[in-house]
Design a protein around this ligand. Structure first.
Ligand code: DQA
Length: 147
């Protein structure tokens, strides 16, 4: 069965109370529940994780090789800084979608740079919590058809 890992980076454990005007009021637990329902409909296995530590995220990406067919990554602020995460994705060759709740391109200049986008199949941003289920649908389709 197709298996997809949704991996969340720093500060995303605070969703619901963190800058709700930017990120909304949906908690990460709510998002996980929504994703699990969509994964069931799509007939895919879902793993869902969060870490505030860059090295732990690198390890999770390494472990995805041979375990998960696709990766959906909201790397939070590491998106804009982490060559290590970019290299981890390149090294493991697990197809990856970069995901953000907010539209990073409409925000501060430093958020316009993404190391993840360079190695991602595609990018979804600006749709809030709904972006997670959009990314799941996009990844399931990508893995099935290559689109
Ligand atoms: C974010 C955008 C990042 O710039 C920010 O550092 C985050 C959240 C988003 O989901 O909109 O932590 O990845």
């Amino acid at each position: 069965m197709t298996s997809i890992l949704i991996l969340n980076g720093p500060n995303l454990n605070l969703l619901g109370t963190r800058q709700p005007e930017v990120y909304g009021t949906t908690t990460l637990g709510d998002i996980e529940a929504q994703c699990r329902a969509v994964a069931e409909d799509l007939g895919v296995t879902l793993a869902f994780a969060q870490s505030n530590a860059e090295g732990a995220l690198v390890n999770r990406i390494h472990d995805a090789r041979g375990t998960h067919h696709g990766l959906i990554l909201n790397a939070g602020a590491y998106t804009h800084t982490s060559i290590a995460l970019m290299d981890a994705i390149s090294s493991t060759e697990v197809p990856t979608i970069e995901l953000h709740l907010s539209n990073i391109h409409a925000r501060e200049d430093f958020r316009h740079t993404s190391y993840i986008a360079r190695v991602a199949v595609g990018v979804i941003c600006g749709f809030g919590a709904h972006g997670y289920t959009l990314a799941l649908q996009a990844m399931a389709r990508h893995l099935e058809t290559g689109a």
